[in-house]
Design a protein. Sequence first.
Length: 174
Amino acid sequence: MVRLHKNKNVMNRIACTHYNDADEKVILKASSLGMPLIGGTALEVLADYYHVPCIRKRSENDLDFSSTSEVAIKNFKSWVVANTDPDKVKVDIYSIPHLKIPFELKLNIKGVLVMSPIYLIWSKLQRANDKDIKDIIWLLTLVTPEDLEEWLSRLGVTDGEIELINDIISGEYD
């Protein structure tokens, strides 16, 4: 679990497989701008938070974030260029200005924003490659069927995505 020291700019390391000091700075800055983690690092943070084994290791020195705010994205990109070494950490930002992410789908884990398992399931349904399917199977262990149904409906899943999630739940992709 992420724990912040009294100095808010230094945090104990998240239980991740590949992690360095540059990651810490980037995660704290993104969180301060309301930009949650997504991707492999988010999966590892969620695994630690829920006290379950993680499905896969994150990509080395790779951090993925999402935002609906073009202003936050612009500020973050400028900060990343000025404050990070691209050889030490790779940062990807996914802009989703058309989607208003409900507050409930962002988890604040000791000062680090992470997208909820339900949001990650929804986003992975859209791409649905082999890695995403494996991630979805694992993420399903973190949510209730009732919450999944409610939130996927609220997020506007397509008929094809509903069919895919039902196939995954029924074990077709094990």
